[in-house]
Design a protein around this ligand. Structure first.
Ligand code: NDP
Length: 423
């Protein structure tokens, strides 16, 4: 049960609810999604065969506004995972205080095994099935793991075909030329850096001299690494699904590492000196290779799971040495592991706060579309900082007031805001 994200989500809800007085009807409304949609996605493969994929959309709650949340393409996607992710979106949107409810969806598929045209056919078929239940004021999908602006564009086109209305605001995470917002690509990583920096400021600590290991070097992990480095943190380890690198003295040129991963498809071996990235530089840099999960257990100050759920579990929690866990992935810590971290005094900056920057800028994108406005990148970043600082401050204050962990405090903050919308 510890690996079932939906069980964990319900456990988190009830833990937080114990600290405040809430109407049982309100709690029951949050304890199950408003609607679950399962669709069949049949498609012809390039070799002429036909395969049928399973697609999902869960609309958890819309008390504060339209359902909002990403679409994920991954072989492990299933209804329980999507249900939990949709619930976390309801909570996250309330914590970061945007007028959205929570939703999530996905297809159980390994997109890396599809050709470009298969990916497009799959997406268009999935979008046609979703079209009746999404819309700018109803449910607004966005990119998540293994989906991107191009995929969002195909969804928008299919939505327009089925509904007869071309609505720019039916999805977010669009390319700028299609009505996307400046700053959305960087938003989740940047928002995480704001949350960590604000937590340190509130607790009288400074980034200088603090070491960081990051698991997952996709959209979130790669931008986060760059922004944390700008703030003065030393990034010492990075990993992706194939492995990673650990350089105790610090990985200096993150752009060179990103370019190396882009070229070679993996971080392993990306030991960069100048523009030359090669495993032959490993010794000179004092580095060593690590496994994908080893990034979580290195001797660092801050560890950042930014890949998938269930990264820190009862199997590896005893080996986590960091004193701060910045949860950039959704649901990266199991219930049991969370308990152990709390007992050891490790501070966990919870996912529904740490990675809320993405949906905050998705809201900015939706708002700009709905109001015909275009904001500059500095404007978006300033508004994002305001949202993340306010959310971090509110959660920190709730943790002091109720004498609870930041996770329980984030849920308390969200539940109080949701309850006042329900009243
Ligand atoms: P991406 O698909 O861009 O990147 C995921 C990264 O995780 C990739 O580098 C992937 O490796 C790596 N990875 C996968 N499995 C492992 C593993 N076992 N060990 C180490 N690394 C692994 O996704 P995002 O960056 O967009 O999302 C990451 C997390 O952040 C997800 O949990 C997502 O739900 C969450 N999130 C994302 C938001 C966003 O705006 N994108 C918003 C809020 C949350 P490889 O490169 O080899 O494939």
């Amino acid at each position: 049960m510890q690996h079932n994200p939906w069980e964990r989500a319900k456990n988190q809800l009830h833990n937080a609810a114990e600290h405040i007085s809430l109407d049982p009807l309100f709690l029951a409304k949050l304890g199950a999604p408003d609607r679950t949609v399962g669709v069949s996605v049949p498609m012809r493969m390039d070799d002429g065969s036909v395969r049928v994929f399973e697609g999902f959309r869960v609309q958890h709650n819309n008390l504060r506004g339209p359902y909002k949340g990403g679409l994920r393409y991954h072989p492990k996607v299933d209804m329980d995972e999507v249900r939990a992710l949709a619930f976390w979106m309801t909570m996250k949107n309330a914590v970061v205080d945007v007028p959205f409810g929570g939703g999530k969806g996905g297809v159980a598929v390994d997109p890396k095994k599809l050709s470009a045209s298969e990916l497009e056919r799959l997406t268009r078929e999935f979008a046609r099935k979703l079209a009746p239940v999404i819309g700018p004021s109803l449910d607004v999908p966005a990119p998540d793991v293994n989906t991107n602006g191009t995929i969002m564009h195909w969804i928008r086109e299919e939505y327009a075909r089925v509904s007869g209305a071309d609505a720019q605001a039916v999805i977010t995470g669009k390319a700028i030329k299609d009505g996307g917002s400046e700053g959305r690509t960087e938003a989740t990583g940047l928002g995480g850096s704001y949350a960590l920096a604000e937590y340190l400021r509130l607790t009288g600590q400074h980034p200088q001299g603090m070491t960081v290991a990051i698991q997952g070097f996709g959209n979130v992990g790669s931008y986060l690494a760059g922004y944390l480095q700008e703030l003065g943190f030393t990034i010492v380890a990075l990993s992706d699904s194939k492995g990673g690198i650990y350089i105790p003295g610090g990985i200096r040129d993150l752009k060179a590492v990103a370019a190396c991963k882009e070229r070679s498809g993996k971080i392993a071996g990306c030991y960069c000196v100048g523009s030359v990235c090669d495993v032959t530089n490993m010794e000179q840099l004092g580095g060593r290779d690590i496994s994908p999960d080893e990034a979580l257990t290195l001797p660092v100050d801050v560890v950042v799971p930014s890949a998938l759920e269930n990264a820190i579990t009862s199997d590896n929690v005893a080996d986590v040495k960091a004193r701060i866990v910045l949860e950039m992935a959704n649901g990266p810590t199991t219930i049991e592991a969370d308990r152990v971290l709390a007992e050891r005094g490790v501070v966990v900056i919870p996912d529904i706060l740490a990675n809320a920057g993405g949906v905050a800028v998705s809201y900015f994108e939706w708002y700009q579309n709905m109001h015909g406005e275009t904001w500059t990148k500095p404007d978006v970043f300033a508004k994002l900082k305001e949202k993340m600082d306010a959310a971090t401050g509110a959660v920190y204050q709730a943790s002091l007031q109720h004498q609870v962990s930041l996770r329980d405090a984030a849920y308390i903050t969200a539940l109080q805001r949701l309850a006042s919308s329900a009243a």
